[in-house]
Design a protein around this ligand. Structure first.
Ligand code: SAH
Length: 446
């Protein structure tokens, strides 16, 4: 979501005449877009802020703006006291405060912060020419599109609802307009985003839901692939799974965080499902789409998690054979229910031990699973060139990372790649049509 917000904002400030630089020391404007989902992310943001403070001391005329979850819906006044050198504060997805500040020549109006997000996002993309910053136009192959803003679920560990505000679906017309604009600027794959994306549309008037939206997005001219995340086990419908099975352009990938494999822990997290229900969701997906890639998120060391309870998570992991897992050590977040009512009583060494156990299991399982792709041909959408290693980088519909060498400009192309090597997290291969093309091309030259 922050990536999408940053792109919009970059293109909007470009429209005001700014050009990008890679060096913060020579920038007239620096925007820090922040994540605070874990303490480590917040620490990083604070580290960057102190760097910016030093630069601003030397160059007082530069503008420093702070955006995203650190600012949230109501942290701006406290942050202004703590970081007085910051000129502008913006909640997630709301870019108007900075634009107005720059247009007015440096006056920050806090009342702009109170606008509804959906309107602010709409304003942000009203001029479709500015959907991507200039350097990315015709170059970025993939893009994220937030479709459900905020979250109203209130898992006990999670700070997101406090920082991104209540759940709100963006109107379908806005989403489609954004996707069309992205496509016109060269994007081939879009990933629709929401904290609980399966709830898309429940707050809109008609019965237009995520399945309808995915179908419409898949029909936008030039869009070759569509992904979506994150799903919550309680809200994944059979209709959604069927839609993914039926529509070729929708990638067979589901992001369904389990968070834990033990019912007591899940209840303490207030996730709203049991592990039996979670397993049934995985079964439903695999029954309909046997080779679907299923990704998950896990938190280890949540308040009160015993070793035995953690071992339930370990077993869930073994059993579900996830295609990818984000494994996080529980991190205390301000104002959450867990922080107010529970004790962070698993030591950091123990959290690390549990994290590493799952990580090792994941590597071993994926090493094995990926071997099944050796000597097969996979379909790759080419995203970018790894300049240092002189090879192309792309992904399969199942979101496996693929590298291959090829001299042609293949950015944005979809092509078959023969897999020669597999590792737990990536594949290396050869572009199949390249093998064909090179042969005859040489023959005709001679
Ligand atoms: N909406 C998603 C979660 C988004 S946050 C969902 O419903 O699951 C992304 C991930 O960060 C979460 O899945 C969780 O695994 C992790 N996370 C969130 N809060 C955390 C915390 N306090 N400590 C550690 N990890 C956390």
């Amino acid at each position: 979501m922050n990536e999408a917000d940053s792109r919009h904002l970059s293109s909007q400030v470009e429209a005001l005449g700014y050009v990008p630089t890679v060096n913060a020391n020579e920038a007239d404007l620096v925007v820090l877009n922040t994540c605070v989902v874990r303490q480590s992310a917040e620490d990083r943001a604070i580290g960057r802020l102190s760097t910016m403070m030093k630069i601003k001391e030397r160059r007082p005329n530069m503008t420093v703006a702070l955006m995203g979850c650190m600012v949230g819906m109501r942290e701006a006044p406290a942050l202004k006291k703590k970081f007085p050198f910051v000129d502008v504060f913006m909640p997630p997805s709301v870019t108007t405060p900075l634009l107005e500040y720059l247009e007015q020549g440096g006056l920050f109006d806090e009342s702009i912060l109170l606008e509804t997000r959906a309107k602010a996002v709409r304003d942000a993309i009203q001029d479709e020419d500015y959907i991507l910053p200039a350097v990315e136009r015709g170059r970025s192959v993939t893009a994220h599109v937030p479709v459900v803003l905020g979250c109203s679920h209130a898992c006990t560990f999670c700070v997101i609802p406090y920082r991104r505000g209540a759940e709100e679906s963006r109107p379908k017309a806005d989403v489609l307009r954004e996707v069309r604009a992205l496509s016109e600027q060269g994007v081939k794959e879009v990933t629709l985003l929401g904290q609980i994306i399966d709830r898309y549309g429940l707050d809109l008037d008609d019965d237009y839901d995520l399945s309808s939206l995915l179908r419409d997005v898949a029909q936008v001219a030039g869009i070759a692939r569509v992904r979506f995340l994150t799903s919550h086990p309680n809200w994944i419908t059979d209709r959604l799974i069927d839609t993914v099975a039926e529509v070729d352009k929708i990638c067979p990938q589901f992001e369904v965080p389990a968070q834990a494999g033990n019912n007591e822990v899940l209840e303490n997290m207030r996730r709203g499902y049991t592990i039996e229900e979670y397993r049934r969701v995985v079964d439903r997906i695999r029954k309909c789409i046997p080779d679907a890639a299923i990704h998950t998120d896990i938190i280890v060391g949540f308040c009160g998690e015993t070793d035995e309870q953690f071992m339930d998570t370990y077993r869930l992991f073994e059993e579900c054979r996830f295609d990818k897992a984000h494994i996080a050590k529980y991190s205390v977040r301000p104002k959450t229910i867990a922080t107010r009512q529970m004790r962070d009583d698993v030591s950091s060494d123990e959290k690390e031990r549990r994290r590493k156990m799952l990580d090792d299991l994941q590597s071993a399982m994926l090493t094995d699973k990926m071997k099944g792709l050796r000597e097969t041909t996979v379909e790759v959408l080419v995203e970018d060139r790894d300049v240092k290693k002189n090879r192309w980088r792309g992904r399969t519909p199942h979101n496996k990372l693929v590298f291959f060498e090829d001299d042609r400009d293949l950015r944005g192309k979809i092509l078959p790649v023969h897999v020669d090597w597999t590792g737990p997290y990536s594949l290396i291969g050869r572009a199949m049509d390249a093998v064909h093309l090179r042969g005859p091309a040489k023959v005709s030259e001679e």
